[in-house]
Design a protein around this ligand. Structure first.
Ligand SMILES: [Zn+2]
Length: 181
């Protein structure tokens, strides 16, 4: 008999606090952090109970909910208040959207780091031995390898340490991405 691996729905237990923070700060703004923490703890809340719990006025809460909804990070269900006869919206976080947003953030960072590695690997720069200036190889040649500021000789710049640092950043990003899958 073939056993199929059951794919579990993605939940917040798999999403670290730091991922939630990173996504909110980058996509919505850090003023929404408290509201998101509250939703995470209480599973769902109406805008009125959020306003009360956070000690904020209703418009400020609605503005944050609006921004979160724009990024598809929250959803809602509406239920009728039988006493008052109107509908109340209950908001909840969407863990899959957080994961997706975080993945996209990592991908963007990774692309930038890779571009920087390629750029640094192909450029050849010269630096004054006194540290006053950096020249491209063409400029260095046209100036006979003499620093325009102090007259000392310029030397090929060793950027292998910078490249190494970028490569370790790249590794970290790739590990974070593997963990997310
Ligand atoms: Zn110099």
């Amino acid at each position: 008999m073939i056993k199929f691996k059951k794919t579990l729905p993605f939940s917040f237990t798999m999403l670290s606090v730091s991922i939630i923070r990173d996504v909110i700060i980058s996509e919505v703004g850090d003023d929404a952090l408290k509201l998101v923490e509250h939703l995470k703890k209480h599973k769902e809340s109406s805008d009125f109970s959020l306003a009360e719990a956070l000690g904020e006025d209703i418009n400020s809460v609605r503005n944050k909910l609006y921004r979160l909804q724009q990024q598809n990070l929250i959803g809602f269900t509406k239920r009728k208040d039988e006493e008052k006869g109107w509908y109340v919206y209950f908001w909840f976080l969407k863990p899959d959207s957080f994961r997706y947003a975080y993945k996209k953030m990592l991908e963007t960072k990774l692309r930038k780091v890779e571009e920087a590695i390629n750029r640094k690997s192909s450029e050849s720069l010269y630096q004054c031995s006194e540290g006053c200036t950096r020249l491209s190889s063409d400029e260095a040649l046209s100036r006979n390898y003499v620093c325009p500021d102090c007259g000392n000789l310029v030397e090929p710049l060793d950027n292998s340490k910078e490249i190494l640092k970028l490569k370790s950043q790249k590794n970290k990003l790739m590990k974070s991405m593997e963990k997310l899958v």
